[in-house]
Design a protein. Sequence first.
Length: 93
Amino acid sequence: EALKSMGVTALFDKDSNMTGISDHRITIDLFKHQGTITVNEEGTQAAAMTTVGFMPLTTQVRFTVDRPFLFLIYERRTSCLLFMGRVANPTKS
């Protein structure tokens, strides 16, 4: 709901264009972000975790991520970068 209130609605639309990440018709059915900031006498540490669940709209879609990658969540209407992340070792649980 927070993203929708900021105008990011296309991600959750069943007619959205996700061809940049899949050749199949998919939509996002889960988006969870958790962040922490710790401030103490030793300094400041920030961490964040984002989980995105994709749901196929037609047939089951499977893709394997077997190498490090970067991802960006960019809102085109406002030209705003909402989130950027890196997965250094996708094979690690």
